[in-house]
Design a protein around this ligand. Structure first.
Ligand code: PRP
Length: 189
């Protein structure tokens, strides 16, 4: 049997729940309504940014129910976590399908400093889509370093505490939590 000491080393202590599963579900429903109205009948070509947006994108697709939706994925990674001056976003997996002429909805889990979304918007807009709009489940504006427009925002983080769950990770863990909660032992990113 695993000792308590080993178990606690492996499992950083989780803090309070900031957004419950019900909060998230209600927000996803609201966003789906806003997106349907915002796209005005044009098919939504979702580009979900992995891995963080995995759960959000799946639920958002479902909430768009009978609205015409296609989906593609990009995987990016941000290198260097030093605040202000982190700009090295690397594309690890590109789109499978050309976005030319499509009405693209970029789907992110969180916008923090803004480097990632700024990079992705620039990348996608250079490929001649009909339009690109951006949706983020969580806006964390406290350390925004890049002025970036988010067309659809789900919820605003109440402070800059490190958050995990519903796609958000700490060292690749906790993405599977159905809610979003604090990880107080980790410095804000
Ligand atoms: C996270 C998150 C956003 C980005 C936001 O991705 O999913 O893509 O950071 O940060 P920024 O606004 O400060 O640029 P991460 O690089 O941790 O990868 P992940 O999606 O695989 O968790």
């Amino acid at each position: 049997m695993m000792s308590t000491a080993i178990a606690s080393r492996e499992q950083p202590e989780l803090g309070k729940v900031i957004f419950s599963a019900d909060d998230i579900a209600a927000t996803v429903r609201r966003l789906a309504g806003e997106i349907k109205a915002g796209f005005g009948g044009n098919p939504v070509h979702m580009v979900a940014i992995l891995k963080g947006a995995l759960l959000f994108a799946a639920d958002l697709m479902r909430a768009l129910d009978d609205y015409p939706v296609t989906v593609d994925f990009m995987v990016v990674s941000s290198y260097g976590t030093g605040r202000h001056g982190r700009a090295d976003v690397r594309l690890l997996k590109d789109l499978d399908h050309s976005p030319v002429g499509k009405h693209v909805l970029l789907v992110e889990d969180i916008v923090d400093e803004g480097y990632t979304l700024s990079y992705l918007l620039g990348n996608l807009r250079s490929r001649r889509p009909a339009q690109v709009q951006a949706c983020a489940l969580i806006d964390k504006p406290f350390h925004r370093a890049v002025d970036v427009k988010v067309d659809y925002i789900g919820m605003r983080a109440p402070d800059d505490t490190f958050l995990v769950g519903y796609g958000l990770d700490f060292q690749e863990r906790f993405r599977n939590l159905p809610h979003i909660r604090q990880l107080p032992s980790q410095a804000p990113r």
